[in-house]
Design a protein around this ligand. Sequence first.
Ligand code: COA
Length: 415
Amino acid sequence: MSKALNGVRILDFTHVQSGPTCTQLLAWLGADVIKVERPGEGDATRGQLRDIPGADSLYFTMLNHNKRSVTINTKKPEGKGVLDDLIRHCDVLVENFAPGALDRMGYTWEHINELNPRMIVASVKGFGPGPYEDCKVYENVAQCAGGSASTTGFDDGPPMVTGAQIGDSGTGLHLALGIVAALFQRTSSGRGQKVLAPMQDAVLNLCRVKLRDQQRLERTHTMHEYPQYPDGKFGEAVPRAGNASGGGQPGAILKCKGWETDPNAYIYFITQAAVWPAVCKVIGEEGWITDDAYATPQARLLHLKPIFRRIEEWTMTKTKFEAMDILNKYDIPCGPILSMKEIAEEPALRATGTIVEVDHPVRGKYLTVGNPIKLSDSATEVTRSPLLGEHTEDVLGQLGYSSEAIAKLRAAGAV
Ligand code: COA
């Protein structure tokens, strides 16, 4: 079967998480992704958080599927020669080095553009132009600077980072979209361009509802769906909202049977207005259907805490899965709090290829997250991550280097 990005060649100069997420997605969509790594060391994540001595870590393997690995020392003149050839050969260069690193290596936009005017140069940086543009950035810094940490957690606790890697993987997703758009524009312009996805901007994009709320707060000085309403005080900035739903339909995380010993025996319960009578029937509070204090969404906002306490009395009598079965019959929106163990064992996610078992020559079998984006005419087959420099000969051969030339480059420590 052909793939959406068949024929697109990516020079993958990325490392750690944000850039590799982007190029992995492009590989799953069919691009030929050539990962360039430093000889002997490679991407630092190969050795980070190792669970099997001598084997590439899960951190690395789970972010670098379907790629080829080439080692090049791009600080040696002979290495630069190979990189020049790769730039001429490829359509897109993706990188997420610290600000200025690519320029220091000698690969300014002007130089790359001279070598290949059709090349798209795509970068992740921590910040866009401004006071912090020269800073190195990791995931949690982006979550803090992008508005996520100040709006996550409980009102009486400190700012909190989320487990979802919105700074790294979230920015990688944004960058992938920018690259695909630039490739499309190139079909008519004939030119490459620069694509930049700053991590702060990507996190802010994912937090846009909080900027919405900031403006609502400034205008009305209160927000009725936040847990601070009606008793607490609002300050000048959007407060942390705990597990409130954040939308027009109030929601909460409620305990289920077994919560005393199982840290994930909880359910997310949404009191969607359309199914309020069903919610009342399920929990045995039919009187609330017509009681003026509960009958309308507006009236209920004044009593959300006692309402959720009463619903929790009911959820605590059921396991999260029993509660799901009952609530789904009434179309009441809800979701079990699934542990990673439960997700890893979920047959439906295996069936759709979102959880995949991959075999690796050094580490053996492991689980990974496959392509979450499903195209009906471009199926994804997840293949293992490459060993360091596994494809150096292949790729250099493709660029026209003879075995003798490759041996010379090796002797010079350039590949
Ligand atoms: N051959 C020779 N040198 C190479 C090389 C190769 N194949 N690949 C990389 N290098 C060099 C770079 O040129 C750079 O050298 P320099 O500092 O002398 O200019 C050096 O390796 C280190 O690169 P750098 O990006 O600074 O790595 P770091 O480990 O110090 O920093 C980050 C890591 C992630 C903090 C930084 O890269 C960064 O801020 N990136 C942008 C934001 C980002 O993506 N963050 C999220 C990461 S998940």
